[in-house]
Structures are given as structure tokens and as C-alpha cells.
Design a protein around this ligand. Structure first.
Ligand code: BLA
Length: 509
């Protein structure tokens, strides 16, 4: 079953979602080639919007086609680079005078012009002042939860979606919903965990580069992109705003009971840290300018989250450094430095945030706090030595790599061990107790996909019922700062030992 599952998930990751050959039909797309700046490709919807057969569009300039503002082309040439977009709201006489949001970007030697029909009236000043006020409040916010809740509440207010979720990805790529604002139309997903398979790798990569996508109506009929020969070229739509999305994802949305969705990437240090996901039970359009405002807001929120997490890390590291200084001072004052460590056991444990610690020198073992027995510790360090785990070893689930740990999982599911002698098996170890965690998944994570009946097609799972998983044999994870503290402490001990040895040699000489 597992191979079946991974085959289907691989298939997901191989879908070339940047080359769909079509767009969503709430607008039209024209591709111009440089330097001629004439139409070489167009979506079928362009014919409908411009009320002209498609073959008459090829070879034309924008001015010829749209009957609009003749300055458009030169503007485009000057303003649009590979990384920047051109944007303008435009009345198009050739489309019955309707108003469009025109979004242009460059793709190699092509200019991609997308025309989204304008919807309703957007009160930009109201949006601006909301965002401005929120930025003032942000400065007072001191916790991740507060920032995320504030953000989803404002984003829902601005866009009017039924539900807005903010979720972050963990190391395994699963999404954890940190904040939610919603009305009664859609159920709550707050604090649920979504399996990583819901968003395949290539989509995550694309979402780092192109931070916003919308699907105003999941049941849309894709509009093909055609060239003069009437065929659909493999044309990269990574930067497009109208790109037609994966049919598998459209199934997923239907299974979720949502007709419209939008999502905005939270990108931190070039990595997809999370997403803000917007859902509506019925179809819903969001003007481009409002999407841009949402993206702007999410970027501001992201930098606040980064600053908050960074300062938490920093203050943890500073705390640990001062504990280390105290320990080293005591060690320096005491002839038997090990005795110094054990008589200041609470600082020794605090150095990594542990509940127990042990010092192993050759075959003797000294314990402080909540630990396995001396024999169990010695067996464990013998295994460490044998399996050559390196100078600094850390796990939050000892039992998953060392089966005998099941006998002491309750007090020591988490272990950090540093070797303090090159010659003997000598170690300092820290232990953390098991914390039984219950994780609520949005649907059974073992069943991310369903195989079609008698065919090879893949479907996303159709249940989002929350599913409780009990995680045993795990401690709270060790933070990188805590492992660093153990590693720095090891270096300091080795130095003390070395200095002592030199002194002894000098005295003896
Ligand atoms: C895309 N999957 C997505 C997107 C989201 C999710 C947000 C981005 C598109 C959008 O904005 O709607 C998933 N939506 C979620 C999650 C939450 C949410 C996790 O609200 C949590 C709150 N999906 C599957 C399986 C496959 C799959 C099994 O479940 C593959 C076989 C594919 N998901 C898939 C693909 C895309 C996607 C291919 C990219 C869609 C595109 O941009 O073309």
C-alpha cells in the first residue's frame, strides 16, 4: 500500500502545473513577441471579449486590437522587466467599453498581457486606512498567535471571503492552522494539521516565486491558449495571474465544499513558511488591486513574524550562554570539575532545558534529576560509541533509533549527548520526558489520495473530518539553540580538561 501511495504522490509532483496551456475564463490573455510587439498567442476567451474571431487577433498590435491608449506598448517596453509587473486599469473600446485590470509581465522574449474584467467598485482609500491602522497595532503585538489572528481577521474584512486561514509548514511539510476567521458558511479548521501531500513540491516552488493565486469559480471551463497554427504551445505561465490550475486541486476544493479560493504565500528567507488560504462557499472574484494589497499586508506580517521568532531565538541563546558561564566559573573554581557540575545540577539541566542529566566517565555514571538508571545510561553510551554517532547527538525520540529506550521512554524520550573525551567513552547527557501529543489531522493522513475505480487517475481525499493521532515516544523537540549550547559546552569542557592536563604536565616536569 505504501508504494502505491508514494507512486500516486510522485505523480502529483510531476504534473507540470506551470504549463497548463489554458487560463481561467474570467479574463483573456494575449502574448506579444519582441521586438515586433505583435500578438502571437491568445486565449480563446480573447475572441469572445473582443468580439472578433481569434485568427484576426494574430499579428496585430495592442493599439490596433484594443483601440485604446496608444502609449501602452512603449510603456510596456520601458516598465516591464522579468521581475516586475505592469498594471493599469483600462477602458477597452473594442470590448464594448468595458473596464479591465491589465497585468503585464515578461517571460523570456515574450510579453504576457492579461486582462481581468473589473468587478464592482473597490474603495482603495478604505483599504489603505485599514492596512495603515493594522500596521500601527502590529507594533504592539508580542506573540505569534496575536499577529496571525489579527492578520486573518483583517484579510477577511478586506476580501469578504467566508473563511480565511493562516497556516505554517512544519519540517515534514505538513500545514498547521495557526489562525482562522470565518462566518457560519464553512466549518472551522483551526488547529488542524493538513498532510504535506495536499500541496505537491512543484506547487510549493511555484508559490515562492508567484505569491498570489485565485480560483474565482472552481467549476470554470478552461480557455485554451492558441497560436496562429491553431495549436497550443507549451508556454510557461508561472508568472500569470489567470493560469488554469490543476484539475486535481479543483477536485480537492469541491471535496472541501469551496467554490472559490485564493491563497497568498508567506515566504521567509526564500522558503515557503506558510500560506494564507481564503475560501468561499460560492464563487467570488477579488480585484487584482485588492490581491496586491493582501500580498503587501502578508509581506508586512511576515517580516513581523520573522522579527518575533528571531528575537525569541536570540533571548533563548543569551539565557543559555549565561548559564554556561556560571557552570564554567564553578568548574574553574573546583578541582574536581565533575563534582562542580553535579552539585550545580539544576544549571546543568537548564543548559539545554532538560529534566535530567548524566555524566559518564569511562564506566562510571553520575546522575542528576529525572533520568534512566545508571546501567541504562551506560548501555546507551556504549551503543552511541559503537554506532559512531558523532560528537554531538540529539533526538526527540530515542526509541525510534534505539529500541531499548522503550524501557525509559517516560523519563527520557529526548536525549542530547556530547562526547567529552577522544580516548574514553565519556559523555555528558541530557534527558527530556515523553510528552504524549494528540494531533488533529484534517482527514486521515494515511489516505491522502484515492485511486479512481479501475483507472489510474488520482483523486485527492474526499474527507476532511478531523482524525485524531496520538504521538507517543516523543519529547518536546530540542531547539537548535539548545543543541548549540550543548555543543559549545562540550568545547569548553574539552578546553578545561586540556588545560588541566597541561598544568599537570608542567607541575610534573
Ligand atoms: C494546490 N493545495 C493547493 C493550494 C492549496 C492547497 C491552498 C493552492 C491553491 C489555492 O490557493 O487554492 C491545499 N488548501 C490546502 C490546504 C489547506 C487549504 C492544505 O485551505 C489548509 C487549510 N492535492 C492533493 C493531492 C494532490 C494535490 C493528493 O490533495 C496531488 C495528486 C495537488 N494541490 C495539488 C496541486 C496544486 C495544489 C497540483 C497546485 C494547483 C495549481 O496552482 O495549479
Amino acid at each position: 500500500l505504501d508504494t502505491e501511495r508514494s507512486i500516486s504522490l510522485d505523480t502529483c509532483a510531476q504534473e507540470p502545473i506551470h504549463l497548463p496551456g489554458s487560463i481561467q475564463p474570467h479574463g483573456f490573455l494575449l502574448v506579444l513577441d519582441e521586438p515586433a510587439m505583435r500578438v502571437t498567442m491568445a486565449s480563446e476567451s480573447a475572441a469572445a471579449y473582443l468580439d472578433k474571431p481569434l485568427h484576426l487577433l494574430f499579428g496585430a498590435t495592442l493599439t490596433e486590437l484594443l483601440g485604446a491608449d496608444a502609449g501602452l506598448e512603449s510603456l510596456l517596453e520601458k516598465e516591464v522587466t522579468t521581475s516586475s509587473r505592469y498594471f493599469k486599469t483600462l477602458q477597452v473600446p473594442a470590448a464594448g467599453g468595458r473596464s479591465f485590470e491589465v497585468i503585464g509581465h515578461r517571460q523570456g522574449s515574450f510579453l504576457i498581457m492579461e486582462f481581468e474584467e473589473s468587478v464592482g467598485h473597490l474603495d482603495t482609500e478604505a483599504v489603505q486606512i485599514e492596512i495603515y491602522n493594522f500596521m500601527t497595532e502590529l507594533r504592539q503585538m508580542r506573540s505569534l498567535g496575536e499577529i496571525c489572528s489579527g492578520a486573518v481577521t483583517l484579510l477577511r474584512k478586506l476580501t469578504g471571503f467566508d473563511r480565511v486561514l493562516l497556516y505554517s509548514f512544519d519540517d515534514a511539510g505538513h500545514g498547521n492552522v495557526l489562525a482562522e476567521d470565518r462566518n457560519a458558511e464553512l466549518p472551522s479548521y483551526l488547529h488542524l494539521r493538513f498532510p504535506s501531500s495536499d500541496i505537491p513540491e512543484q506547487a510549493r516552488r511555484l508559490y515562492v516565486v508567484n505569491r498570489v493565486r485565485v480560483i474565482p469559480d472552481v467549476d470554470y471551463v478552461p480557455s485554451r491558449i492558441l497560436d496562429e497554427e491553431g495549436s497550443t504551445p507549451e508556454f510557461d505561465l508561472s508568472g500569470s495571474v489567470l493560469r488554469s490550475v490543476s484539475p486535481i486541486h479543483r477536485d480537492y476544493m469541491r471535496n472541501m465544499g469551496t467554490a472559490a479560493s485564493m491563497s497568498v504565500s508567506i515566504v521567509s528567507s526564500g522558503r515557503l513558511w506558510g500560506l494564507v488560504s481564503f475560501h468561499n462557499r460560492s464563487p467570488r472574484r477579488v480585484p487584482y488591486r485588492l490581491r496586491t494589497a493582501c500580498d503587501f499586508l502578508v509581506q508586512v506580517v511576515t517580516s513581523h513574524i520573522e522579527a518575533l521568532l528571531e528575537s525569541e531565538k536570540l533571548s533563548r541563546a543569551i539565557d543559555l550562554t549565561s548559564i554556561q558561564h556560571r557552570l564554567l566559573t564553578w568548574m574553574a573554581a573546583e578541582d574536581n570539575y565533575l563534582l562542580a557540575l553535579t552539585s550545580h545540577g539544576s544549571d546543568l539541566m537548564a543548559l539545554t532545558g532538560a529534566h535530567g542529566a548524566a555524566i559518564v566517565l569511562d564506566q562510571s555514571c553520575t546522575l542528576v534529576g529525572n533520568t534512566p538508571s545508571a546501567d541504562q545510561v551506560l548501555d546507551f553510551t556504549a551503543w552511541l560509541q559503537q554506532s559512531a554517532r558523532g560528537d554531538v547527538f540529539a533526538t526527540s525520540s530515542a526509541v525510534s533509533i534505539y529500541p531499548p529506550a522503550s524501557h525509559f521512554a517516560a523519563c527520557a524520550s529526548g536525549v542530547v549527548a556530547v562526547s567529552i573525551s577522544k580516548l574514553h567513552d565519556s559523555y555528558v547527557l541530557w534527558f527530556r520526558p515523553e510528552v504524549v501529543q494528540s494531533v488533529r489531522w484534517a482527514g486521515d493522513p494515511q489516505k491522502p489520495v484515492a485511486q479512481g475505480k479501475g483507472d489510474l487517475t488520482i483523486h485527492p481525499r474526499n474527507s476532511f473530518e478531523s482524525w485524531m493521532q496520538i504521538l507517543r515516544g516523543h519529547s518536546l523537540p530540542w531547539l537548535p539553540e539548545e543543541i548549540n549550547a550543548a555543543s559549545a559546552f562540550r568545547a569548553a569542557i574539552l578546553e578545561v580538561v586540556l588545560r588541566r592536563a597541561e598544568e599537570m604536565a608542567r607541575l610534573a616536569g
